[in-house]
Write a protein that binds this ligand. Structure first.
Ligand code: ATP
Ligand code: MG
Length: 902
């Protein structure tokens, strides 16, 4: 069977058992603070398990794109080294939401594997949960009994909490599970060692294929288990592992899921892929590198297609790090000195056509983003290498651009390490942190030059940074305190901004040492941040007059969570939830304007324009979109004109709250990539012929309320992604008034010229001419000075000593003069003093041969001299400068200079 057939057979099988096939959720998670990326098929059903949302069907099945690169499930370091862990993989799954339970789940799993896929029974092993005293959980004998009816007893094994109690994260849904493992060793090996002894023992030929979880609990922050409202089945089968066992391979990478990619990489690099290479073999590193590339391109492409661009923090940084890991292998091990990794995108998009079409439809965009990242990282790698070379080739201890002052008492340490050819830890860490060098690359390069790395120092620097960032991001979220059960949460904010409500539950959150509370209401007009629109702010007003301020509102799975600074005294009382009306109405204007903008851009720039990010708040709107060129001023003017025309037409809002998704798409609405849509969607229309979008946000009742629309900036945010910022209503009016005031001020300053730009140009021209004349005269003066000073050089021993006060206007001119003198006076020891408008300046220049032979150090000397002018300074051994606060000390400083050559 091909991979394609294997996937289809899975889905068909569960359809035959009464399941509804649902689409994969995006790989990037938006509304769950406990998770960045989808790490299991069940994630999109978390709120159903927790009883926060109803199930759309009692039985569903799908193939879910998953990513395990952060948090509780993180396999990144394994990937490429072993043959069966990936970053991005497909998880085939079937679910029962309070419908069937253990018996059916087990029987159908067995039927699919042994009768449909025809896997040999004697190679399959089953595990079940042995219980756990600490959690108060009993052995899962029920599961054991169901299996015993199907499987030989010596193939059913007990397992501990680590393997047989599945948990989504530190908190959240969990339950005992039963795994199915496959032994693919040759018969001879199987005869010698019993497969049962290799289950869950990290043997790469005895691997877990399917995990059937019986969801029954919610793990709380306190560590306690809370029973779920219902009992559910949640299964996950690694698609790539299934394909491998069905195709009789010993590595996932040998299947038709990965081979086309691997062969492409092998061909382009001119190297052969050896699947059987072992650590230590000559071609081991290359095999790992090829697997890493073939794997990582999947994680990166799907993350980008689902809306997560590489970035310098949070989820975007995780993606950037994976990308860099791949590029390092591509550069270092496979020898691609030019960008190559991005070329894998089209191949991948083709492979997933018809499975996950969101990649194919954006393949040019995704490739462009990867290319741009690759180019910039290769440049970073290059500068890292230059910096490394600078380090090992430096004649004096390398301070990394720091002045002696900054290094202070560490100088001796530097010098000692340097002399024994040890790269100090902080520098190795800088190479990793700033230039993306893994420590083993630094070690390798060091070894080639006869250096070693201070690993202890490196670890210390790494740990120091880790604890810094941990302290900065630590958020402690308490468990919910539940006041009312079974209250379904209703959002009233499309129709009103004031609603009478009750608190359903609350919890305490501590971030950066600050305590806050979060509250869930049974009904609320507060819009929770999503789709780019910020969360509402406002007040909860209690009968006794107490007011609790709501500072933000966010979604968490199915909940609307209000952020408040304190808990009310009478938390059980009915309260009035009031959204700040002014903020909301400005936000409405900006949101509706965003829709008009999006539609106008499609008209002016073309249909390739897709939303890549959006921010809508009361102050302004920001819209990121795919487009490969700068939007010209004319295009911006056209877009603006269309939007303002639509504003003046005062088009009424058409809001349809529940349209079948399929119907909406057919009618031509704009849907966004990476957004998770349910079966029913909300459609926002301003003129059927103009703007129709799937959207959950709040809007104006008619476009006239927007008043006026003004674009204030256009810029680039990433490869192939541009950004427009705009304002509406009063903000736009204020902006225009400010602009016109500015013009008036200019006019006045310029004495009311007819043509302002021309008059400014004239001034600039004149200014440039004057600047050039001044530069010329300084140059003449300093070359006169140069000769004059050269003649004043005194021979003291074998040193040519000059110490003079010079009348030059700035530090650059003095530096220039010093360098010129160095070129014409051999064995130079130069000290220049200058007075820049009352500020003393000292400059020391020492010929390099004197630095080496006499151990002179300009940085140390200038520091001494600076004491005379009540100041300080520093620099390199051959050139250094200092400033101060007392010009009257300049002569004394010059007099002191002599003592260093005496
Ligand atoms: P393992 O112990 O092999 O890492 P797991 O216990 O982490 O697996 P589960 O969390 O139970 O796995 O996930 C369900 C299934 O998903 C597994 O049985 C396996 O087939 C598949 N799977 C898990 N992690 C990966 C991965 N990193 N790459 C590919 N498939 C995976
Ligand atoms: Mg795992």
């Amino acid at each position: 069977m091909t991979a394609l057939q294997i996937r289809q057979a899975f889905l068909d099988f569960f359809v035959s058992k009464g399941h509804t096939i649902v689409p994969s959720a995006p790989i990037v998670i938006k509304n769950d603070p406990t998770l960045m990326f989808t790490n299991a098929g069940m994630n999109q059903f978390k709120d159903i398990f927790l009883g926060e949302a109803p199930a759309k069907a009692p039985r569903v099945a799908d193939t879910q794109r998953c990513l395990r690169v952060s948090g509780k499930h993180n396999d990144l370091e394994e990937v490429g080294i072993d043959t069966y862990h990936h970053t991005m993989f497909e998880m085939l799954g079937n679910w029962s939401f309070g419908d069937y339970f253990k018996k059916e789940a087990i029987a159908w799993g067995w039927e699919l594997l042994t009768e449909v896929y025809k896997l040999p029974k004697d190679r399959l092993y089953i595990t079940y949960f042995e219980g756990d005293e600490k959690d108060g959980l009993e052995k899962d004998t029920e599961t054991y009994e169901f299996w015993k009816a199907l499987v030989a007893e010596d193939h059913i094994l007990r397992g501990n909490k680590k393997d047989n109690f599945w948990e989504m994260g530190e908190t959240g849904p969990c339950g005992p599970c039963s795994e199915i493992h496959f032994d693919s060793r040759p018969d001879s090996e199987r005869a010698e060692v019993d497969g049962a002894s290799l289950v869950n023992a990290d043997h790469d030929q005895v691997i877990e294929v399917w995990n059937i979880v019986f969801m029954q609990f919610n793990r709380l922050k306190s560590g306690a288990l809370q029973s779920l409202p219902n009992k559910h089945v949640d299964t996950g089968m690694g698609f790539e592992r299934l394909v491998r066992v069905l195709q009789g391979k010993t590595s996932n990478y040998d299947t038709d899921v990965f081979q086309p990619m691997i062969q492409f990489i092998a061909e382009k690099s001119g190297k052969k892929y050896n699947s059987a290479a072992k650590p230590g073999d000559a071609d081991w590193n290359e095999a790992v590198a090829m697997r890493v590339l073939a794997d990582h391109i999947r994680a990166i492409s799907f993350a980008i297609a689902d809306g997560q661009l590489p970035a310098s923090n949070k989820a975007g940084y995780v993606i950037r790090r994976i990308l860099r890991r791949a590029v390092r292998y591509s550069y270092q091990t496979l020898g691609f000195k030019e960008p190559f990794f991005n070329q894998l995108v089209p191949l991948l998009a083709e492979q997933f056509k018809g499975v996950f079409d969101n990649l194919y439809s954006q393949k040019d965009f995704v490739q462009k983003v990867v290319l741009e990242e690759e180019v910039s990282f290769l440049r970073t790698l290059q500068s890292g290498i230059s910096r490394f070379e600078e380090f090992v080739n430096s004649v004096i201890p390398f301070t990394g651009g720091k002045s002696i002052d900054e290094i202070g008492d560490k100088w001796d340490e530097f010098e000692k390490a340097f002399k024994s050819k040890i790269i100090y830890g902080a520098f190795a860490f800088e190479l990793q942190d700033t230039f993306g060098f893994p420590i083993d690359l630094t070690e390798l390069m060091a070894r080639e030059k006869g250096w070693t790395v201070d690993m202890e120092g490196f670890e210390a620097a790494l740990q120091a940074q880790k604890s810094r960032s941990r302290a900065a991001t630590a958020i402690d979220t308490g468990d919910w305190v539940i006041l009312k059960y079974d209250e379904s949460v209703e959002f009233t904010g499309y129709d009103e901004t004031e609603t009478i409500a009750h608190v359903v539950k609350y919890r305490k959150v501590t971030a950066k040492g600050k305590e806050q509370y979060q509250i869930v209401l049974d009904k609320t007009p507060f819009y929770a941040e999503s789709g780019g629109q910020v969360g509402d702010k406002g007040e909860l007003v209690f009968p006794d007059g107490e007011i609790v301020k709501v500072t933000d509102t966010k979604k968490e799975n199915g909940l609307i969570v209000h952020f408040v600074d304190k808990l009310p005294e009478d938390i059980d009382d009915a309260l009035t939830a009031i959204v700040d009306p002014a903020l909301r109405s400005q936000t409405n204007s900006n949101h509706s304007a965003t829709h008009l903008l999006h539609a106008a851009m499609k008209q002016v720039l073309g249909s390739h324009v897709n939303q890549k990010g959006s921010l809508v708040n009361a102050d302004y709107l920001r819209f990121d979109f795919s487009h490969f060129a700068k939007v010209t001023d004319e295009e911006l003017a056209q877009i603006e004109a269309i939007v303002n025309q639509k504003v003046r037409q005062n088009i009424p809002l058409k809001e349809e709250r529940s349209v079948l998704y399929a119907e909406a798409i057919q009618s031509g609405v704009t849907a966004l990539f990476g957004e998770k849509y349910g079966e029913y969607v909300r459609v926002i229309t301003f003129d059927d012929e103009f703007s129709k979008e799937l959207c959950g946000g709040t809007h104006v009742k008619a476009t006239g309320q927007i008043g006026f629309f003004k674009i204030i900036a256009e810029s680039a945010v990433a490869a192939g992604v541009r950004r427009i910022e705009a304002i509406t209503g009063v903000a736009a009016e204020v902006y225009i008034n400010e602009q016109s005031n500015l013009v008036n001020q200019l006019k006045e300053l310029l004495k009311n010229p007819k043509n302002i730009p021309k008059s400014v140009e004239g001034l600039l021209d004149e200014n440039n001419k004057l600047k050039k004349e001044i530069e010329k005269s300084i140059l003449e003066k300093s070359s006169g000075l140069k000769n004059e000073l050269a003649q004043k050089a005194k021979e003291i021993g074998d040193v040519n000593f000059i110490a003079q006060k010079v009348a030059l206007p700035n530090a650059d001119a003095v530096k220039n003069l010093a360098y010129q003198l160095k070129d014409i006076v051999p064995n130079l020891f130069l000290v220049l003093a200058a007075d820049f408008d009352g500020k003393p300046s000292l400059t020391v220049m020492i010929a390099e041969n004197l630095v080496k032979e006499k151990g002179l150090h300009a940085g140390n000397i200038v520091k001494e001299l600076a004491k005379e002018v009540k100041g300080g300074g520093g620099g390199q051994p051959f050139f250094a400068t200092a400033g101060g606060s007392d010009v009257t000390g300049l002569d004394a400083a010059l007099a002191k200079a002599k003592s260093f050559v005496g």
